[in-house]
Design a protein around this ligand. Structure first.
Ligand code: PMP
Length: 350
């Protein structure tokens, strides 16, 4: 620690969901990964890219992935940046789009990496509580002159989405940079990508970790005005996305059938999970993502989390006001969810 700078000394570390060593012994419903394998098409594309060309550096801008995404979404290639997961894109945004004396604001509760990154970069930030209905309170983000605001659409850990009109109204009045984090948007498809045409202070980020079952590959995208994209390219490491990741992500993007099949399975399982949790008496925040934020009126969430863990079922519990009343459960396979419901039933009966 002797050589850590003062920011590093002061910052609190990001705490990811547990990835246990003996992962196959667990039912893992704690980090919002997709429970289903990438499709054969995607796996084969990655396998066939395992060839002698790996001795060469990858394409510097992940051009073919950008072209495919542009075509599918009817936008220009110049409006797209590819990162090593969307987390890398947030890192770059903090590094290059806000000055040390600038200020940021994020909803609370939301993805705690936003707070960690602000601290890592010495940026002052406010955490603005969600409303009682767990919605983003956009008017409160206009109370001060923030340079950067990040909101999840849908938000993690609540799963609630933002309304496009609200985002538009906010952008009409906001002078800083707004990042809309759409890591989970594919589960319901209400993107605000098209607003990038109208607002030069909007960055929309996407992830291949959830809806494309590729958390292990590390691919994220940013869609924004060309100047912002140019800035991201200027800031990034020279070869931030590896060959296999680009090939795999592109194959996943083009495998529309596989993608739609995967999403349908997740949503069907989610319906099953919702119905069964409701029957057990849980309060459920209406979610537009692949996870549910829930609490039970008769038992503290921390106890439920710990008792499930004893049975090798991992869900997510967060310390801190508001969020510690809840647990977050990722939608798993039907087998996993049946095991979860069985354990919850016996925990609550006891
Ligand atoms: N945004 C949110 C809201 C998330 O929950 C996560 C995953 N923890 C990410 C971004 C990170 O996504 P990626 O794997 O693309 O870095």
């Amino acid at each position: 620690m002797r050589y850590w700078n003062s920011r590093l000394q002061k910052m609190s570390a990001y705490i990811p969901g547990e990835q246990p060593d003996k992962i196959n012994e667990y039912i893992k419903l704690n980090t919002n990964e997709n429970p289903f394998s990438p499709s054969e098409v995607v796996l084969n594309a990655i396998k066939s890219a395992c060839n002698e060309q790996l001795r060469l550096y990858p394409n510097v801008t992940s051009q073919s992935l950008r072209e495919s995404f542009a075509k599918l979404n009817n936008i220009e290639v110049d409006n797209i940046f590819v990162g090593n997961g969307s987390d890398e894109i947030f890192t770059l945004i903090f590094r290059g789009f806000i000055d040390p004396d600038g200020s940021a604001a994020f909803p609370y509760p939301s993805y705690s990496l936003y707070y960690t990154m602000a601290e890592a970069n010495g940026i002052k930030y406010d955490r603005i509580n969600l409303t009682d209905e767990m919605d983003v309170d956009f008017t409160r983000f206009l109370e001060k002159q923030y340079n950067l605001v990040i909101v999840g659409n849908p938000n993690n850990p609540t799963g609630k989405g933002c309304d496009e009109d609200e985002i538009r109204i906010f952008l009409d009045q906001f002078n800083g940079l707004l990042v809309v984090d759409e890591a989970y948007v594919d589960f319901y498809g209400e993107t605000v990508i098209e607003l990038v045409e109208d607002y030069d202070n909007l960055i929309v980020t996407r992830s291949f970790s959830k809806s494309y079952s590729l958390a292990g590959l590390r691919i994220g995208l940013a869609v924004a005005n060309r100047d912002i994209i140019k800035g991201l390219f200027k800031l990034k490491d020279s070869y931030n996305v590896d060959r296999l990741a680009e090939v795999g992500a592109r194959a996943a993007l083009l495998d529309i059938k596989g993608f739609e099949y995967n999403i349908r399975l997740v949503l069907d399982n989610k319906e099953y999970l919702e119905e069964n949790l409701e029957e057990l008496g849980f309060d459920i925040i209406p979610s537009k993502a692949n996870f549910l934020f829930v609490k039970h009126p008769e038992m503290p969430s921390k106890d439920i989390f710990e008792l499930l863990k004893e049975k090798k079922i991992l869900v997510r519990y967060f310390d801190g006001s508001i969020q510690s009343d809840y647990i977050r459960i990722t939608v798993g396979t039907m087998l996993e969810l049946k095991a979860l419901i069985k354990e919850l039933t016996s925990i609550l009966e006891a």
